[in-house]
Ligand binder design. Structure first.
Ligand code: AMP
Ligand code: GLY
Length: 422
């Protein structure tokens, strides 16, 4: 199979690493890719916003299958354009990507199909939203409806905080994404991420993970794209997984199909495990970053036929096998992240990959032949172990061998799971 992968982050490096191991792979390209991905695929300087250019490249190289990593091109309709051109693609249509692109859209599906989630209302103006918050009281959650780079959510512990968040949204802090606001009941519990492939009619549960969104040890400081993750999530017992499939995933799949926009791709369900069981916080329509990195470390099956089955409606004919080992990844980021940081700082040395250890590249580039850090999140130092604790120990040993003066990482990735283990 001739494959094009779209994306350039640590998630895409993990997908590339795993896809490249497939015996079905005959030719492999990535756009735009990064120096880690270049070890597995030929990089192409395509503008992925230019759908005609992507289709042109696919025709020229007789690409059989396109795998889309990030959400932005999906929300922009790249999967629709490729499908219309007769090219198989892993990833949902723009209409189905609304599950991630609009929080209000997802909440309406939840309401219609009785999917457990926090009670909510949608608002397009400040005064009504504020009146609702005053009537409900705190804690309460205020969300910009659209894609806001992970910054559009305020978990308000006081009414004042919630009112300020409403002002922020309607005063344009999140641009168009804040033109509508969803106000949602606060859910109390432990968070977990659940990943599940879907071909529109069938769903195949993959695995669970937990991430650390805050920049500082002890889950303190500002939110980030994720400073580390591990899989599996101990809170996601097989009973919780069954309930998630029956009460959340299957009704969503049915709802999307009934609405005329069947979902094909990966459901990344953000869950809160409350006293009542799993409740949906949000959907993403792509793999998590860095959750994907730990999933790929644990996946024993060939990834390529699994993703291809999503695109061809044959997910009922494949299965996924997982290692019983845990996997954990530590994100190394540029000092200053998630605020401003220096770019093009030199990475002098990286440890080589070993048995169950892997350094994935996220924001790196080659400058005059030397590796430099170009992004906020730069490297994903990843290891497996019999327990999350062992995986953590191995990942931090590996992190110690990275020579990058401008880099930092958290020192406690996995603490919650390790507390349970001991
Ligand atoms: P989201 O961007 O929707 O993932 O929200 C970011 C984070 O806000 C989540 O990972 C949760 O930690 C928190 N959050 C979102 N919605 C709720 C809720 N209804 N109750 C409690 N925490 C929430
Ligand atoms: N790590 C969270 C995300 O990918 O959205």
């Amino acid at each position: 199979m001739r494959v094009l992968l779209i994306g350039s982050g640590g998630r895409e490096h993990a997908l590339a690493w795993k896809l490249a191991q497939s015996p079905l792979m005959t030719e492999f390209y990535a756009a735009p890719g990064n120096p880690g991905i270049a070890e597995h695929a030929t990089l192409v300087g395509l503008d992925v916003d230019d759908h005609d250019a992507v289709i042109g490249f696919c025709k020229e190289k007789s690409i059989d299958f396109v795998v889309v990593g990030p959400e932005a091109p999906l929300v922009a309709g790249i999967a629709d354009a490729l499908r219309a051109a007769g090219i198989a693609v892993f990833g949902p249509s723009a209409a189905a990507a609304q599950l991630e692109g609009s929080k209000g859209f997802t909440k309406d599906i939840c309401a219609r199909y009785d999917i457990p989630t926090g009670a909510y209302q949608r608002f397009n103006n400040g005064p009504k939203a504020k009146a609702y918050v005053r009537a409900q009281g705190a804690p309460i959650v205020v969300k910009a409806d659209g894609l806001a780079a992970g910054k559009g959510v305020t978990v308000a512990m006081t009414v004042e905080e919630a009112l300020a968040a409403i002002d922020d949204c309607f005063e344009g802090a999140f641009g168009e994404a804040g033109a509508e606001v969803v106000i949602e009941a606060y859910l109390d519990g432990e968070e977990a991420s659940f990943f599940c492939l879907c071909d529109g009619k069938h769903a195949l549960a993959l695995a669970t993970a937990q991430d650390h969104k805050r920049v500082g040890d002890g889950d303190t400081g500002p939110n980030t794209g994720g400073m580390g993750a591990y899989s599996p999530a101990p809170v996601m017992t097989s009973e919780m997984i069954d309930r998630t499939m029956k009460k959340i995933i299957e009704p969503t799949m049915r709802g999307m199909a009934e609405s005329g926009h069947p979902f094909s791709g990966v459901f990344f369900a953000g869950l809160m495990i409350t006293a009542k069981g799993p409740e949906l916080i949000e959907y993403n329509v792509r793999f998590g970053d860095p959750e994907c990195q730990v999933l790929m470390m644990r996946l024993k099956s060939d990834l390529l036929p699994l993703l291809h089955a999503c695109a061809t409606g044959t997910l009922d004919q494949v299965t996924a096998e997982w290692s019983d080992d845990a996997a954990l990844t530590v994100v190394m980021a540029s000092k200053g992240y998630p605020g401003s940081y220096d770019k093009n700082t030199p990475i002098a040395a990286l440890p080589s990959d070993g048995e169950g250890t892997k350094v994935f590249h996220a924001g790196t580039a080659l400058k005059d032949g030397a590796l430099v850090a170009t992004g906020g999140r730069v490297l994903n130092i990843t290891a497996t172990g019999k327990t999350v604790g062992e995986a953590q120990k191995r990942a931090y040993e590996l992190a110690g061998a990275v020579q990058w003066d401008n880099g930092f990482h958290r020192n406690d990735i996995g603490w919650r799971a390790i507390e349970r283990e001991t």
